[in-house]
Design a protein. Structure first.
Length: 290
């Protein structure tokens, strides 16, 4: 199923992100995580590509397990900056063979010292390439707080519009913690006639070092409220987890109450906190989609 079609019948989607484990041993373990996540009734699970050092071929392997073994709709992330047209089409062919019809089309980060020489300079070029095939639903990345290489929100919106014009059916945002920044961004999208569904990327606050590292990499603003929680409980993991789950649940309640079309949780391949957060919003989910 094309994920773009889910938005036609549902006002709110719930989805998760997984990354492919690096080695075979952990790869086996991911099955139990998917089993637990399946119980939470996600609309889809996305699988990262090459991020965090994971092997690229494992993206297709994991997406295929999610789709074909667990019967959960999936999105395979795909980056293009270091790939030739031939390589990209080879991957797309493999995805098709594995019954995977949804791709998150990304440029990817530019490796240090890399000279851009191939066909795909920006994500929009990849989006256009995929759209010509007509056999994938395409999503693209959006940056409510700007991109690390381009803080200018206006420019980012201009580039985002190009991605939609080239064929992106819906958008998934970079993680953020401050909902007001997202609401301002959404207003700007509407003003610029970008009307495709926007799924909001949210990461549970569970570990101070992890959140600081990810925020530094992604450029996400950490609000004072989270800083205080993390500083106070950084040496008490259970207390930080409890406070973090409360914060993230409240963040999601506010997003749902402000009519977002999707919540996409960056699970970091852990299901316990995700389960608790989902329990905290189960009635909201029912009401919104009733
Ligand atoms: P683009 O949209 O091409 O933007 C890249 C940069 O170029 C931005 O600074 C933008 O402002 C600028 N730009 C865009 N168009 C133009 C133009 N026409 N002219 C001039 N400048 C332009 N990375 C991975 O490696 N693997 C993953 O699985 C992965 N998953 C992700 C999932 C989500 C939801 C998000 C938000 C990001 C993910 N990333 C992943 C990170 C992503 O690859 C990086 O943020 C990357 O630097 C940009 O990718 P993009 O697709 O947004 O690129």
């Amino acid at each position: 199923m094309f994920i773009k079609d889910i938005f036609l019948n549902k006002r709110l989607t719930i989805s998760f992100e997984l990354f492919p484990p690096k080695d075979d041993k952990n790869f086996e373990g991911i099955n139990s995580t998917i089993e637990e996540l399946k119980k939470l009734n996600p609309d889809f699970i996305s699988v990262t590509y090459g991020a965090g050092g994971s092997s690229r071929s494992r993206t297709i392997e994991l997406a295929s397990i999610i789709k074909n073994k667990y019967d959960i709709e999936t999105i395979a992330h795909l980056t293009c900056i270091t790939s030739s047209r031939e390589e990209i089409n080879g991957i797309l062919n493999d995805l098709k063979l594995n019954n995977i019809g949804n791709v998150l089309a990304l440029r990817g980060d530019i490796p240090k010292g890399f000279i851009i020489k191939e066909s795909f300079k920006y994500a929009k070029d990849l989006i256009y390439e995929i759209s010509q095939r007509k056999d994938f639903s395409i999503s693209a990345a959006a940056y409510p707080e700007g991109h690390v290489e381009c803080a200018d929100i206006g420019k980012n919106i201009e580039y985002l519009k190009e991605k939609v014009e080239k064929g992106a059916d819906f958008l998934i945002t970079q993680l953020f913690f401050d909902n007001d920044n997202f609401y301002n961004f959404r207003e700007e999208l509407y003003k610029n006639n970008i009307n495709v569904p926007i799924v909001t990327g949210i990461i549970p606050v569970l570990d101070k070092r992890q959140i600081e590292r990810i925020a530094a990499l992604s450029g996400a603003v950490i609000p004072q409220k989270i800083k205080r929680i993390m500083d106070k409980y950084e040496h008490s993991p259970e207390a930080l987890k409890e406070a973090g789950i409360a914060y993230t649940s409240e963040q999601i309640v506010d997003l749902i109450s402000n009519d977002v079309q999707g919540i996409h949780l960056y699970t970091m391949n852990k299901h316990n906190a995700v389960k608790e957060i989902m329990e905290n919003i189960q009635e909201l989910r029912k009401i919104v989609n009733s």
